[in-house]
Write a protein that binds this ligand. Structure first.
Ligand code: HEC
Length: 406
């Protein structure tokens, strides 16, 4: 029993790795097939004059020639095997949700809750997480079934405003990283549920109708198409959110929900350009507009930091000793970032980052600055209670030349 208990943290780390690995692989398969079929549909040669064929495409790949035909209606004779492409979506959601449990629910105290944002219990944070995940699907599905869906512009703007409200509220409930991941997880849930609840049932309806020589329910086909377009636009923001944890200047920004909204618009714009191009509508101005948006984001996130760095001068001109800096780091960071962490649940220093010796600190000073001074991502949820004065002491020591022999 004792062995099992000491084994658990290692087991959880391995589970994290394995499930993340699976999540990426099946996610690539899902988005890959979705991108491929979109592309295929747009590149079909529709001028072709073949009986019962809507369009044709020739391609060469991995040692063979492929000739794909899109039929005008159902096949006269059903093949022995018809491929559906649904497990890519389901397994992506299942592995994603499992990852959310392993990484966030198991570490709710340090990764979901930020006591400076909201002092909630781990159980409540998990409950809120589930409400957001499934609630956003029900809200979205409700909007899709309302009359609003007939007006694309209003529907898009409304959904976008709701997503921003969702992102904003999440940043007021959870720590910043958990807030971001929950926007991604909610959108991902909507995407997978679109496949499960609308797209696949519509395909089933189409197949059943064909098998029974009946006309399929057209309205189902139309909503399946709409949902698949929505999924297509959601891919880019969702993928951004999934990699955003590597970029603290996004989720760690004071107005992280604005950063998220802006990057999502830019991502959707780029997707829109390609979708239009697939329809042979060329709007090249979209790309420079997106690039310009990115440049504004770079300035928006960096300039205030550069200015505030310049303004935080050491008033007393007193030289800060390295011992002082090392002590702050020892007490505020060392419980986790040391060879043998003492913080419960950490068997190894997170991401292998050790901040003990002067060498460790100097080597990682840029990372320390981005995570603990330019933003307040570390310590997570300020669990060790670092003060603003202490953050300023580290900043001033950096500005005074990072000397360690004083
Ligand atoms: C409660 C434990 C804990 C405390 C205390 C803590 N950290 Fe962390 N730190 C983590 C975890 C967990 C991660 C990994 C986050 C991830 O997976 O991205 C991390 C990651 C980091 C990283 C990113 C490393 C990389 O390679 O990207 C830096 C830098 C960092 N911490 C600095 C600090 C500093 C500086 C302090 C003190 C002011 C501190 N941490 C306090 C748990 C802690």
């Amino acid at each position: 029993m004792d062995l099992l208990i000491s084994f658990t943290p290692y087991l959880i780390d391995w589970l994290d790795l394995i499930v993340r690995w699976i999540h990426i692989i099946v996610g690539i398969a899902w988005i890959g097939t979705s991108f491929y079929f979109n592309w295929l549909d747009s590149r079909l040669d529709r001028e072709i004059d073949k009986d019962g064929i809507e369009g044709e495409l020739w391609s060469v790949h991995s040692g063979g020639f492929y000739n794909i035909n899109k039929l005008k209606g159902p096949p006269k004779e059903f093949p022995k095997e018809l491929h559906w492409f649904k497990w890519e979506a389901y397994t992506t959601w299942i592995s994603g949700f499992t990852l959310l449990v392993i990484v966030y629910y198991f570490n709710a105290e340090s990764l979901m809750i930020d006591k400076n944002v909201n002092d909630i219990s781990p159980m409540n944070s998990i409950l809120i997480s589930l409400i957001f995940l499934f609630g956003s699907w029900f809200l979205y599905d409700f909007l899709c079934k309302s009359k609003l869906i007939n007006n694309t512009a209003i529907f898009t703007i409304l959904c976008f405003i709701i997503s921003i409200i969702l992102a904003f509220s999440l940043t007021k409930i959870f720590g910043s990283r958990a807030a971001y991941i929950h926007v991604g997880a909610s959108l991902g849930t909507i995407m997978a549920a679109n496949v499960f609840r609308v797209i696949i049932p519509s395909q089933k309806n189409m197949v059943n109708a064909a098998l029974n020589n009946k006309v399929p329910d057209l309205s189902q086909g139309i909503s399946a198409k709409t949902r698949s377009i929505h999924n297509n636009y959601m891919t880019l923001p969702v993928l951004f959110i999934m990699i955003s944890s590597h970029y603290p200047f996004t989720y760690g920004h004071k107005y992280n929900w604005i950063v998220l909204a802006a990057i999502s618009i830019i991502g959707a714009l780029v997707r829109h350009y390609f979708n239009l191009r697939n329809k042979k509508q060329y709007k090249p101005w979209i790309l420079p507009v997106a690039a310009f948006g990115m440049i504004i984001m770079i300035f928006y996130t960096s300039l205030p930091k550069i200015i505030s760095d310049k303004n935080t001068l050491n008033q007393s001109n007193e030289k800060i000793s390295f011992i002082e800096v090392q002590n702050i780091i020892k007490y505020r960071c060392g419980v986790c970032h040391s060879k043998n962490p003492t913080f419960e649940g950490f068997e190894e220093p997170p991401l292998g980052l050790i901040l003990e010796t002067s060498d460790d600190i100097l080597k990682n000073i840029n990372k320390i600055k981005t995570q603990s001074i330019d933003s307040d991502i570390m310590p997570p949820g300020n669990i060790t209670g670092i003060t603003e004065t202490e953050r300023n002491i580290i900043l001033n020591w950096i500005k005074q030349g990072k000397e360690i022999n004083n």
